[in-house]
Design a protein around this ligand. Structure first.
Ligand SMILES: [Zn+2]
Length: 432
Protein backbone atom coordinates (compact mmCIF):
# COMPACT_ATOMS: atom_id res chain seq x y z
CA UNK A 1 0.00 0.00 0.00
CA UNK A 2 1.45 3.35 -1.04
CA UNK A 3 1.13 6.75 0.61
CA UNK A 4 1.14 10.02 -1.29
CA UNK A 5 2.31 13.05 0.72
CA UNK A 6 1.24 16.33 -0.88
CA UNK A 7 2.66 19.78 -0.15
CA UNK A 8 5.59 21.94 -1.18
CA UNK A 9 8.40 19.49 -1.92
CA UNK A 10 12.10 20.31 -1.46
CA UNK A 11 14.73 17.96 -2.87
CA UNK A 12 18.48 18.37 -3.32
CA UNK A 13 20.38 16.68 -6.10
CA UNK A 14 23.61 18.58 -5.38
CA UNK A 15 25.42 20.58 -2.69
CA UNK A 16 24.27 24.23 -2.54
CA UNK A 17 27.69 25.21 -1.16
CA UNK A 18 29.05 24.22 -4.58
CA UNK A 19 26.13 25.06 -6.82
CA UNK A 20 24.09 27.67 -4.98
CA UNK A 21 20.35 27.50 -4.25
CA UNK A 22 19.83 26.06 -7.74
CA UNK A 23 21.05 22.74 -6.32
CA UNK A 24 17.52 22.39 -4.94
CA UNK A 25 14.46 21.23 -6.84
CA UNK A 26 11.17 22.65 -5.57
CA UNK A 27 7.62 21.63 -6.45
CA UNK A 28 5.16 24.23 -5.15
CA UNK A 29 2.33 21.71 -5.34
CA UNK A 30 4.34 18.53 -5.23
CA UNK A 31 4.02 15.00 -4.03
CA UNK A 32 6.20 12.27 -2.55
CA UNK A 33 5.06 8.71 -3.17
CA UNK A 34 6.14 6.36 -0.38
CA UNK A 35 5.98 2.61 -0.71
CA UNK A 36 7.50 -0.20 1.38
CA UNK A 37 9.64 2.21 3.39
CA UNK A 38 11.17 3.88 0.34
CA UNK A 39 10.57 6.96 -1.74
CA UNK A 40 9.06 5.51 -4.90
CA UNK A 41 8.57 8.74 -6.84
CA UNK A 42 8.31 12.49 -6.47
CA UNK A 43 7.04 15.25 -8.69
CA UNK A 44 3.95 17.22 -9.49
CA UNK A 45 1.12 16.27 -7.09
CA UNK A 46 -1.65 16.05 -9.70
CA UNK A 47 0.39 13.79 -12.00
CA UNK A 48 1.42 11.51 -9.14
CA UNK A 49 -2.18 11.28 -7.89
CA UNK A 50 -3.40 10.41 -11.37
CA UNK A 51 -0.75 7.75 -11.81
CA UNK A 52 -1.32 6.24 -8.34
CA UNK A 53 -5.05 6.54 -7.62
CA UNK A 54 -4.94 3.85 -4.93
CA UNK A 55 -2.30 5.61 -2.81
CA UNK A 56 -3.48 6.97 0.54
CA UNK A 57 -3.34 10.74 0.24
CA UNK A 58 -1.94 12.95 3.02
CA UNK A 59 -2.47 16.57 2.00
CA UNK A 60 -0.23 18.94 3.96
CA UNK A 61 -1.40 22.03 2.06
CA UNK A 62 1.38 24.63 2.08
CA UNK A 63 3.52 22.48 4.40
CA UNK A 64 7.10 21.95 3.24
CA UNK A 65 8.07 18.30 2.77
CA UNK A 66 11.79 17.71 3.22
CA UNK A 67 14.10 14.86 4.05
CA UNK A 68 14.06 14.27 7.82
CA UNK A 69 16.70 16.03 9.90
CA UNK A 70 19.90 14.15 10.73
CA UNK A 71 21.86 15.00 13.88
CA UNK A 72 25.46 14.10 13.13
CA UNK A 73 26.80 14.21 16.71
CA UNK A 74 24.99 13.97 20.03
CA UNK A 75 25.02 12.22 23.39
CA UNK A 76 21.66 10.64 24.22
CA UNK A 77 22.74 9.91 27.85
CA UNK A 78 23.01 13.66 28.44
CA UNK A 79 19.32 14.21 27.65
CA UNK A 80 18.35 14.89 31.25
CA UNK A 81 21.20 17.36 31.92
CA UNK A 82 20.63 19.63 28.91
CA UNK A 83 20.79 23.32 29.85
CA UNK A 84 23.09 22.89 32.86
CA UNK A 85 24.56 26.21 33.92
CA UNK A 86 27.89 27.90 34.01
CA UNK A 87 30.79 25.65 33.03
CA UNK A 88 33.32 25.27 30.26
CA UNK A 89 34.14 21.92 28.72
CA UNK A 90 36.35 20.16 31.27
CA UNK A 91 34.39 21.43 34.30
CA UNK A 92 31.12 20.73 32.50
CA UNK A 93 32.10 17.09 31.99
CA UNK A 94 33.16 16.64 35.62
CA UNK A 95 30.26 18.55 37.18
CA UNK A 96 27.29 17.45 35.09
CA UNK A 97 28.15 14.79 32.52
CA UNK A 98 30.07 12.17 34.45
CA UNK A 99 27.65 11.88 37.41
CA UNK A 100 24.75 11.53 34.97
CA UNK A 101 26.55 9.00 32.75
CA UNK A 102 27.29 6.86 35.84
CA UNK A 103 23.54 6.26 36.17
CA UNK A 104 23.61 4.30 32.89
CA UNK A 105 24.90 1.24 34.72
CA UNK A 106 21.18 0.65 35.30
CA UNK A 107 19.51 -0.90 32.21
CA UNK A 108 16.10 0.45 33.21
CA UNK A 109 17.46 4.01 33.32
CA UNK A 110 19.12 3.50 29.91
CA UNK A 111 15.80 2.38 28.42
CA UNK A 112 13.90 5.27 30.00
CA UNK A 113 16.27 7.94 28.65
CA UNK A 114 16.71 6.31 25.23
CA UNK A 115 12.95 6.24 24.70
CA UNK A 116 12.48 9.75 26.06
CA UNK A 117 15.23 11.13 23.83
CA UNK A 118 14.09 9.40 20.63
CA UNK A 119 10.49 10.55 21.09
CA UNK A 120 11.70 14.14 21.58
CA UNK A 121 13.88 13.84 18.48
CA UNK A 122 10.93 12.69 16.38
CA UNK A 123 8.85 15.59 17.70
CA UNK A 124 11.65 17.88 16.43
CA UNK A 125 11.65 16.28 12.97
CA UNK A 126 14.93 14.45 13.57
CA UNK A 127 14.78 11.01 12.00
CA UNK A 128 18.41 9.87 12.37
CA UNK A 129 21.30 10.65 14.66
CA UNK A 130 24.82 9.54 15.51
CA UNK A 131 25.04 9.18 19.28
CA UNK A 132 27.67 8.59 21.89
CA UNK A 133 26.46 6.18 24.59
CA UNK A 134 28.27 5.70 27.94
CA UNK A 135 30.97 3.19 28.87
CA UNK A 136 28.23 0.70 29.77
CA UNK A 137 27.38 -1.80 26.99
CA UNK A 138 23.80 -1.78 28.25
CA UNK A 139 23.52 1.89 27.26
CA UNK A 140 24.24 0.90 23.66
CA UNK A 141 21.80 -2.01 23.71
CA UNK A 142 19.07 0.25 25.13
CA UNK A 143 19.56 2.88 22.44
CA UNK A 144 19.53 0.47 19.51
CA UNK A 145 16.55 -1.40 20.99
CA UNK A 146 14.55 1.83 21.40
CA UNK A 147 15.46 2.94 17.86
CA UNK A 148 14.54 -0.44 16.42
CA UNK A 149 11.09 -0.19 18.02
CA UNK A 150 10.65 3.14 16.21
CA UNK A 151 12.20 1.82 12.96
CA UNK A 152 14.79 4.62 13.02
CA UNK A 153 18.13 4.58 11.23
CA UNK A 154 20.59 5.37 14.00
CA UNK A 155 24.31 5.17 14.63
CA UNK A 156 25.85 4.77 18.07
CA UNK A 157 28.68 3.27 20.02
CA UNK A 158 30.02 2.59 23.49
CA UNK A 159 31.96 5.61 24.73
CA UNK A 160 35.39 4.38 25.79
CA UNK A 161 37.38 6.04 28.60
CA UNK A 162 40.20 4.57 30.66
CA UNK A 163 41.67 7.65 32.34
CA UNK A 164 40.83 11.18 33.55
CA UNK A 165 37.33 10.07 34.44
CA UNK A 166 35.73 8.80 37.67
CA UNK A 167 36.50 5.19 38.58
CA UNK A 168 32.97 4.03 37.81
CA UNK A 169 33.24 5.47 34.30
CA UNK A 170 36.55 3.91 33.33
CA UNK A 171 37.12 0.74 31.35
CA UNK A 172 40.49 -0.52 30.10
CA UNK A 173 42.09 -0.86 26.70
CA UNK A 174 41.14 -4.55 26.63
CA UNK A 175 37.56 -4.02 27.84
CA UNK A 176 37.06 -1.19 25.36
CA UNK A 177 38.14 -3.48 22.53
CA UNK A 178 36.20 -6.54 23.70
CA UNK A 179 32.96 -4.76 24.57
CA UNK A 180 33.01 -2.59 21.45
CA UNK A 181 33.60 -5.65 19.30
CA UNK A 182 30.78 -7.60 20.93
CA UNK A 183 28.36 -4.68 20.47
CA UNK A 184 29.50 -4.19 16.89
CA UNK A 185 28.84 -7.84 16.13
CA UNK A 186 25.43 -7.65 17.82
CA UNK A 187 24.19 -4.47 16.16
CA UNK A 188 26.15 -3.32 13.12
CA UNK A 189 23.99 -3.68 10.02
CA UNK A 190 21.11 -5.22 11.97
CA UNK A 191 17.93 -3.58 10.67
CA UNK A 192 18.69 0.14 10.41
CA UNK A 193 21.44 0.18 13.09
CA UNK A 194 25.06 1.07 12.49
CA UNK A 195 27.74 0.63 15.12
CA UNK A 196 30.27 3.44 15.61
CA UNK A 197 33.65 2.92 17.30
CA UNK A 198 33.66 5.67 19.93
CA UNK A 199 36.61 6.85 22.01
CA UNK A 200 35.26 9.92 23.88
CA UNK A 201 38.35 12.01 23.15
CA UNK A 202 42.11 11.89 23.50
CA UNK A 203 42.28 13.12 27.14
CA UNK A 204 40.11 10.29 28.49
CA UNK A 205 41.83 7.47 26.63
CA UNK A 206 45.33 6.11 27.20
CA UNK A 207 47.50 5.62 24.12
CA UNK A 208 46.94 1.88 24.59
CA UNK A 209 43.15 2.29 24.48
CA UNK A 210 43.27 4.45 21.36
CA UNK A 211 45.53 1.86 19.72
CA UNK A 212 43.16 -0.98 20.68
CA UNK A 213 40.24 0.87 19.12
CA UNK A 214 42.36 1.63 16.06
CA UNK A 215 43.00 -2.11 15.74
CA UNK A 216 39.28 -2.85 16.03
CA UNK A 217 38.53 -0.28 13.32
CA UNK A 218 41.13 -1.86 11.04
CA UNK A 219 39.25 -5.15 11.42
CA UNK A 220 35.89 -3.45 10.69
CA UNK A 221 36.69 -0.55 8.35
CA UNK A 222 33.09 -0.20 7.18
CA UNK A 223 32.13 1.08 10.66
CA UNK A 224 32.32 4.77 11.42
CA UNK A 225 34.67 6.05 14.09
CA UNK A 226 33.51 9.11 16.05
CA UNK A 227 35.28 11.24 18.62
CA UNK A 228 35.90 14.88 19.56
CA UNK A 229 38.59 17.15 18.13
CA UNK A 230 39.81 20.64 19.08
CA UNK A 231 36.69 21.95 20.79
CA UNK A 232 38.32 24.37 23.26
CA UNK A 233 41.79 25.88 23.47
CA UNK A 234 42.50 24.61 27.00
CA UNK A 235 41.51 21.11 25.83
CA UNK A 236 43.97 21.40 22.92
CA UNK A 237 46.71 22.42 25.37
CA UNK A 238 45.82 19.49 27.65
CA UNK A 239 46.11 17.05 24.73
CA UNK A 240 49.51 18.49 23.84
CA UNK A 241 50.67 17.88 27.42
CA UNK A 242 49.25 14.33 27.51
CA UNK A 243 50.71 13.39 24.12
CA UNK A 244 54.03 15.27 23.90
CA UNK A 245 55.24 13.31 20.88
CA UNK A 246 52.18 14.07 18.74
CA UNK A 247 52.50 16.74 16.05
CA UNK A 248 49.05 18.04 16.95
CA UNK A 249 45.65 16.87 18.25
CA UNK A 250 44.69 15.10 15.02
CA UNK A 251 48.03 13.29 15.00
CA UNK A 252 47.10 11.65 18.33
CA UNK A 253 44.25 9.92 16.55
CA UNK A 254 46.15 9.23 13.36
CA UNK A 255 49.03 7.62 15.27
CA UNK A 256 46.52 5.22 16.84
CA UNK A 257 44.94 4.27 13.51
CA UNK A 258 41.92 6.48 14.17
CA UNK A 259 41.92 8.63 11.04
CA UNK A 260 40.26 7.67 7.78
CA UNK A 261 37.39 8.47 5.44
CA UNK A 262 34.91 6.84 7.84
CA UNK A 263 35.94 9.08 10.73
CA UNK A 264 33.72 11.89 11.98
CA UNK A 265 35.15 14.43 14.40
CA UNK A 266 32.90 16.58 16.56
CA UNK A 267 33.63 20.33 16.78
CA UNK A 268 36.97 20.76 14.91
CA UNK A 269 37.16 24.46 15.76
CA UNK A 270 40.76 25.20 16.71
CA UNK A 271 42.51 23.39 13.87
CA UNK A 272 46.04 24.01 12.65
CA UNK A 273 46.74 24.42 8.96
CA UNK A 274 48.25 20.95 8.91
CA UNK A 275 45.22 19.39 10.57
CA UNK A 276 42.84 21.00 8.08
CA UNK A 277 44.89 19.83 5.14
CA UNK A 278 45.22 16.33 6.55
CA UNK A 279 41.46 15.99 7.24
CA UNK A 280 40.74 17.03 3.66
CA UNK A 281 43.42 14.74 2.23
CA UNK A 282 42.08 11.72 4.09
CA UNK A 283 38.44 12.58 3.37
CA UNK A 284 37.37 12.54 7.02
CA UNK A 285 34.18 14.32 8.08
CA UNK A 286 33.51 16.88 10.80
CA UNK A 287 30.34 17.68 12.76
CA UNK A 288 29.52 21.34 13.42
CA UNK A 289 27.77 21.76 16.78
CA UNK A 290 26.88 25.46 16.87
CA UNK A 291 24.57 25.68 19.91
CA UNK A 292 27.12 23.74 21.93
CA UNK A 293 29.96 25.94 20.71
CA UNK A 294 28.25 29.10 21.89
CA UNK A 295 26.72 27.53 25.02
CA UNK A 296 30.06 26.22 26.33
CA UNK A 297 31.97 29.15 24.85
CA UNK A 298 34.15 27.05 22.55
CA UNK A 299 34.69 29.25 19.49
CA UNK A 300 33.61 29.98 15.94
CA UNK A 301 33.61 27.05 13.50
CA UNK A 302 34.98 27.96 10.07
CA UNK A 303 32.15 26.62 7.90
CA UNK A 304 33.08 28.51 4.74
CA UNK A 305 36.76 27.62 4.97
CA UNK A 306 36.26 23.94 5.71
CA UNK A 307 33.67 23.57 2.95
CA UNK A 308 36.10 25.31 0.61
CA UNK A 309 38.75 22.79 1.65
CA UNK A 310 36.37 20.07 0.48
CA UNK A 311 35.53 18.57 3.88
CA UNK A 312 32.27 16.76 4.46
CA UNK A 313 30.49 18.73 7.19
CA UNK A 314 27.47 17.54 9.13
CA UNK A 315 25.28 19.59 11.45
CA UNK A 316 24.74 18.46 15.02
CA UNK A 317 23.13 19.42 18.32
CA UNK A 318 25.82 17.87 20.59
CA UNK A 319 23.08 17.60 23.23
CA UNK A 320 23.40 17.85 26.20
CA UNK A 321 26.44 20.14 25.59
CA UNK A 322 24.27 21.77 22.97
CA UNK A 323 21.34 23.79 24.25
CA UNK A 324 18.56 22.45 22.00
CA UNK A 325 17.24 19.17 20.60
CA UNK A 326 15.91 21.13 17.61
CA UNK A 327 17.77 21.03 14.31
CA UNK A 328 15.91 24.23 13.36
CA UNK A 329 17.48 25.99 16.35
CA UNK A 330 20.78 24.37 15.38
CA UNK A 331 20.53 25.77 11.84
CA UNK A 332 19.83 29.20 13.34
CA UNK A 333 22.93 28.91 15.53
CA UNK A 334 25.02 27.85 12.53
CA UNK A 335 23.79 30.95 10.73
CA UNK A 336 24.69 33.17 13.70
CA UNK A 337 28.16 31.68 14.13
CA UNK A 338 28.88 32.07 10.42
CA UNK A 339 27.69 35.69 10.63
CA UNK A 340 30.25 36.30 13.39
CA UNK A 341 32.81 35.20 10.78
CA UNK A 342 31.21 37.54 8.22
CA UNK A 343 29.60 34.76 6.19
CA UNK A 344 25.84 34.64 5.57
CA UNK A 345 24.80 31.02 5.04
CA UNK A 346 21.88 30.73 2.63
CA UNK A 347 18.70 28.95 3.81
CA UNK A 348 19.35 26.28 1.17
CA UNK A 349 22.79 25.66 2.72
CA UNK A 350 21.38 25.48 6.25
CA UNK A 351 18.67 22.92 5.51
CA UNK A 352 21.05 20.97 3.28
CA UNK A 353 23.56 20.72 6.16
CA UNK A 354 20.82 19.36 8.44
CA UNK A 355 19.78 16.71 5.92
CA UNK A 356 22.01 15.70 3.02
CA UNK A 357 25.15 17.23 4.55
CA UNK A 358 24.81 15.22 7.75
CA UNK A 359 23.93 12.09 5.78
CA UNK A 360 27.07 12.44 3.67
CA UNK A 361 29.20 13.11 6.75
CA UNK A 362 27.89 9.84 8.21
CA UNK A 363 28.52 7.88 5.01
CA UNK A 364 24.79 7.44 4.43
CA UNK A 365 24.28 9.87 1.55
CA UNK A 366 23.01 7.12 -0.76
CA UNK A 367 20.30 6.04 1.70
CA UNK A 368 18.96 9.01 3.67
CA UNK A 369 19.11 12.81 3.75
CA UNK A 370 17.58 13.52 0.34
CA UNK A 371 14.18 13.11 -1.24
CA UNK A 372 15.25 10.97 -4.15
CA UNK A 373 13.64 7.84 -5.61
CA UNK A 374 15.02 4.75 -3.89
CA UNK A 375 16.03 6.58 -0.72
CA UNK A 376 14.66 5.44 2.61
CA UNK A 377 11.44 7.31 3.39
CA UNK A 378 12.43 9.45 6.41
CA UNK A 379 10.70 12.81 6.03
CA UNK A 380 9.68 15.91 7.90
CA UNK A 381 6.75 18.19 7.07
CA UNK A 382 7.36 21.79 8.17
CA UNK A 383 4.63 24.31 8.89
CA UNK A 384 6.13 27.58 7.62
CA UNK A 385 3.56 29.65 9.58
CA UNK A 386 3.69 27.90 12.97
CA UNK A 387 3.51 31.01 15.16
CA UNK A 388 2.05 34.48 14.59
CA UNK A 389 5.54 36.02 14.40
CA UNK A 390 6.71 33.51 11.80
CA UNK A 391 3.43 33.59 9.86
CA UNK A 392 3.42 37.38 9.42
CA UNK A 393 7.00 37.28 8.10
CA UNK A 394 6.63 34.28 5.78
CA UNK A 395 3.43 35.82 4.35
CA UNK A 396 5.67 38.50 2.77
CA UNK A 397 8.07 36.03 1.22
CA UNK A 398 8.83 36.19 -2.48
CA UNK A 399 10.20 32.66 -2.76
CA UNK A 400 10.55 29.46 -0.77
CA UNK A 401 13.88 30.45 0.77
CA UNK A 402 12.47 33.69 2.13
CA UNK A 403 9.45 31.74 3.41
CA UNK A 404 11.63 29.10 5.08
CA UNK A 405 14.17 31.39 6.75
CA UNK A 406 11.85 32.70 9.54
CA UNK A 407 11.11 29.09 10.51
CA UNK A 408 14.84 28.32 10.57
CA UNK A 409 15.53 31.35 12.77
CA UNK A 410 12.45 31.28 15.03
CA UNK A 411 10.87 27.85 14.63
CA UNK A 412 10.66 25.07 17.20
CA UNK A 413 8.69 21.85 17.61
CA UNK A 414 5.49 23.73 16.77
CA UNK A 415 6.81 23.97 13.21
CA UNK A 416 7.08 20.18 12.92
CA UNK A 417 3.75 19.18 11.46
CA UNK A 418 4.64 15.55 10.86
CA UNK A 419 7.61 13.21 10.94
CA UNK A 420 7.71 10.06 8.82
CA UNK A 421 10.15 7.25 9.53
CA UNK A 422 10.78 4.28 7.27
CA UNK A 423 7.67 5.10 5.26
CA UNK A 424 5.25 5.43 8.16
CA UNK A 425 3.91 8.35 10.18
CA UNK A 426 5.97 8.47 13.39
CA UNK A 427 4.91 11.79 14.86
CA UNK A 428 2.12 14.25 14.12
CA UNK A 429 1.78 17.61 15.81
CA UNK A 430 -1.20 17.78 18.12
CA UNK A 431 -3.79 20.27 16.92
CA UNK A 432 -4.06 23.34 19.11
ZN1 LIG B 1 30.02 15.74 21.85
Amino acid sequence: MADLLVGQVLSFAADPFAEGPGAARIWERGGVLVEAGRIAALGDAASLAAAHPDATRHDYGAGLISAGFIDAHMHYPQTAIIASWGKRLIDWLATYTFPEEARFADPAYCAEIAGRYLDMALAQGTTSMCSFATIHPTSVDAFFTAAEARQMRVLAGKTCMDRNAPADLRDTAEAAYDQSRALLQRWHGVGRARYVITPRFAPTSSPAQLAALGALWAEHPDCLMQTHLSEQTDEVAWVAALYPKARDYLDVYESAGLLGPNAIFGHAIHLTTRERARLAEVGAAVAHCPTSNSFIGSGLFDMAGLKRDGLRVGLATDTGGGSSFSMLRTMAAAYEIAQLRHVALHPSQLIWLATAGSAAALGLGQRIGSLLPGHEADLVVLDLASTPAIAQRSARANDLWEALFPTIMMGDDRAIRATWVNGRLAHARALA
